[in-house]
Design a protein around this ligand. Structure first.
Ligand SMILES: Nc1ncnc2c1ncn2[C@@H]1O[C@H](COP(=O)(O)OP(=O)(O)OP(=O)(O)O)[C@@H](O)[C@H]1O
Length: 271
């Protein structure tokens, strides 16, 4: 039987929502992701930690289709992301396929990436109107609801430059959720923020992830948040998962020397 055989109902329920199979990413001679296998179950919250340059952001960027992969396969709910199945063969995906698959994903960036010349409201409504074809009324009602959820109902008519970094990031989160993604990717969402603004953003992420039953992949340097928020922590090193486990296991009983070394350096930077 080929791998095209439809899955049985049992297999379907056990199927990961996101699957990386032997994914490699190279920039010239530099291998950034090295034969990476990673499964994320529906509803699971996974954080990726690890040293600078270990390939953490690249995982998110490839998933969001912002970077291509060099080798391997990524599937979202069993459907190839970067490929299309045609007559039992995998072919490189068309732009239409990528657009369709991308609709299942939302991403929040370190630098917010809001449109500075658009009001908060318009930052939220623009993509759903253009991409999903929502009417002005539908988009505005969705925006009002989400701005309420992130505590910014009174700021709809302001411009990003009039908001604090924490508020801008909360707009960034609301904007990503406007598209009703199943999977949310957070790339160091608090690292550009002043320390006193980090808490409000993490609180919003946590609340909305629960409320929307999101599947979350997050790259973060906030170890205490990773510990409280995640179902699983993956420690990356040299483009691979060097160790993974529950937050409890990774933070209190890491098995690998490299993980212990990394955690010691980030948790006790002066020690
Ligand atoms: N467009 C690019 N061209 C060449 N090399 C790149 C490119 N993007 C990333 N890299 C390299 O790939 C490696 C992994 O980058 P990535 O951003 O995934 O690391 P990271 O683990 O997220 O690091 P950090 O914690 O510093 O953000 C780095 O060495 C980086 O320099």
């Amino acid at each position: 039987m080929s791998s095209q055989t439809p899955a049985s109902p049992d297999q379907t329920s056990a199927r990961p929502l996101v699957r990386f199979s032997k994914v490699t990413k190279r920039y010239g001679e530099h291998t950034v992701l090295d034969d990476l296998d990673l499964d994320v179950a529906a509803g699971e919250k996974v954080t990726i930690i690890g040293p600078s340059g270990s390939g953490k952001s690249t995982v998110l960027r490839i998933l969001m289709t912002l970077e291509t992969l060099s080798d391997g396969l990524i599937e979202i709910d069993g459907e190839p992301l970067w490929h299309e199945r045609r007559t039992d063969q995998l072919r490189p995906a068309s732009e239409a396929h990528l657009r369709k698959m991308r609709g299942q994903l939302g991403m929040v960036f370190q630098q917010f990436n809001l449109f500075p010349h658009m009001s908060v409201q318009r930052n939220l409504t623009e993509a759903p109107r253009q991409v999903l074809g929502l009417s002005r009324k539908e988009a505005q009602s969705r925006a009002t609801e989400l701005l309420e959820r992130v505590g910014l109902a009174d700021h709809a008519n302001k411009y990003p430059g009039q908001l604090s970094g924490g508020q801008q990031q909360r707009v960034g989160i609301a904007r990503a959720l406007m598209m009703r993604p199943r999977i949310m990717l957070f790339d160091e969402p608090t690292s550009a923020l002043d320390p006193e603004l980090v808490g409000e953003v993490l609180h919003v992420i946590r609340t909305l992830a629960d409320e929307h039953d999101l599947t979350v992949l997050m790259v973060t340097h906030e170890m205490s948040f990773a510990r409280r928020f995640s179902d699983r922590v993956c420690f990356f090193d040299k483009g691979r998962i060097h160790e993974q486990g529950t937050p409890e296991q990774i933070f209190t009983d890491p098995r690998e020397a490299r993980t212990r070394e990394f955690l010691r350096a980030v948790l006790e930077p002066d020690g």
